[in-house]
Design a protein around this ligand. Structure first.
Ligand code: FAD
Length: 399
């Protein structure tokens, strides 16, 4: 049956293992996971876990017993350092060499460091989240550089804990490049209403970390902000070093075909690092939970000799205060936005349309029954009447 090796310790690694066993693979499975933990899910790191409402145990899709029962050898705290494609083995930082017949890369992302690499806080791992959690609360201050998804979620969680929160964002509105002005404005208002000191159009010129990870942040307008904790959330970088050194095709991530194979047919890539040739949407790398959740089943099928393509639409969700939403599809802030429902009460749908009125993406805010209809509208790829789309009296499944 051969042997499968998976490099990575996130959701994509865990789901790859599960899919291989589900589909009947009976051979050896080895997982090399650099963190000290079994593979776990990250979304709660900025939400319930950071708020103290969830325990770390809730983050693991499978526990040690599950891996043992499924005869999976998980090596935590072991980092793969080199892939030898000719000899088909992986070298590790423990000095071991692990043979593979087929290899899956699920190495995920790391936070983009602030220039000069000051000793600020980042949020990517369970350890990061637990350290940050201890720094939130009444009488404490947090300065967040970057109003992206993670920065905003942390702002919301930190405010709920009574922390004084300041956010600096160089763009004129948070997430404006993705969501467009109207929705970005609504998100900015939401955070202001909850007491976040949100400074938009404000870049950071420098960070002096005094009592790390606290310090002084100098904005490019000369203002100096001081906080007990400085958290930088300016994006993530895919961990493609291993793939690159092994001579695999790498561009914006590890290039994979529609079935998630890399340029080496014995090596697949899934999750955050996969720069996927999406059969409908074209080349796409998606740094979201649902991709790590669903790509592995397709990769596993193909590793076992099937011919499947990954065709799902990107999917993302967030929770910030009373704003809970799901987003499907792939659009940009430049696309036309159509709103259906009431933005004041945060009970609405938003759609992003191309010039021909085709639905590229849809968001449901605090409504949970419209997901399938939204996905169907995007998948149909046919023009819709924007007025009908905006009219709650017109059923979505009749458009
Ligand atoms: P990762 O989860 O990054 O896991 C990769 C693992 O591989 C890491 O443990 C890493 O240490 C390990 N690794 C890397 N290199 C090596 C090596 N050489 N050897 C061995 N191991 C290695 N997405 C959403 O859709 N919704 C959300 O609400 C959401 N919230 C998030 C909140 C936070 C705080 C973060 C950080 C992310 C969030 N995401 C969210 C994104 C989502 O978590 C990622 O898309 C997902 O984790 C990707 O899974 P992955 O398995 O590809 O990679």
């Amino acid at each position: 049956d051969g042997s499968m090796v998976i490099i990575g310790g996130g959701l994509a690694a865990a789901k790859t293992v599960e899919a291989l066993r589900d589909k009947g693979f009976d051979g050896a499975i080895t997982v090399l996971a650099a963190e000290a933990h079994l593979p776990y899910e990250r979304p709660p790191l900025s939400k319930d876990l950071l708020a103290g409402k969830a325990e770390p145990a809730a983050l693991y899709p499978f526990d040690a017993d599950w891996y043992a029962r499924h005869r999976v050898d998980v090596h935590t705290g072991v980092r793969a350092t080199k892939i030898d494609r000719a000899g088909r083995f992986v070298l590790t930082d423990q000095g071991s060499a692990v043979h593979y017949d087929k290899l899956v890369l699920a190495t995920g992302s790391r936070p983009r460091p602030f220039p000069g690499d000051p000793e600020v806080a980042y949020l990517r791992t369970l350890d990061d989240a637990q350290a940050l959690r201890a720094r939130l609360g009444e009488g404490k201050s947090l300065l967040i550089v970057g109003a992206g998804w993670i920065g905003l979620e942390v702002a919301a969680t930190a405010r709920a804990a009574g922390t004084q929160v300041t956010v600096l964002e160089p763009q004129p509105l948070p997430l404006v490049k993705i969501l467009g002005e109207s929705i970005a404005e609504l998100i900015a208002d939401l955070h202001r209403r909850h007491g976040v000191h949100l400074h938009l159009g404000t870049g950071v010129a420098g960070i002096d970390v005094g009592d790390a990870p606290g310090g002084r942040v100098r904005a490019d307008d000369g203002t100096v902000y001081e906080a007990d904790t400085v958290l930088v959330g300016i994006g993530a970088i895919p961990e493609v070093g291993l793939a690159e050194a092994a001579g695999l095709a790498v561009s914006n991530g590890v290039d994979v075909d529609a079935g998630l194979a890399t340029s080496d047919p014995n090596i697949f890539a899934v999750g955050d690092i996969a720069n996927h040739d999406h059969p409908v949407l074209g080349r796409l790398r998606v740094e979201h939970w649902a991709t790590a959740l669903h790509q592995p089943a397709v990769a596993a099928a193909n590793l076992l000799g099937h011919h499947e393509q990954y065709t799902r639409l990107p999917y993302f969700y967030t929770d910030q205060y009373e704003f809970g939403m799901e987003y499907r599809g792939h659009a940009s802030g430049e696309d036309r936005v159509v709103i259906r429902g009431d933005t004041d009460t945060l009970d609405f749908l938003a759609f992003w349309l191309d010039a021909d009125h085709r639905v590229l993406a849809g968001m449901n805010v605090n409504r949970w029954d419209d997901g399938d209809d939204i996905a169907a509208l995007i998948a149909a790829g046919t023009p819709v009447d924007p007025d009908a789309l905006a009219d709650p009296a017109v059923r979505l499944d009749t458009l």
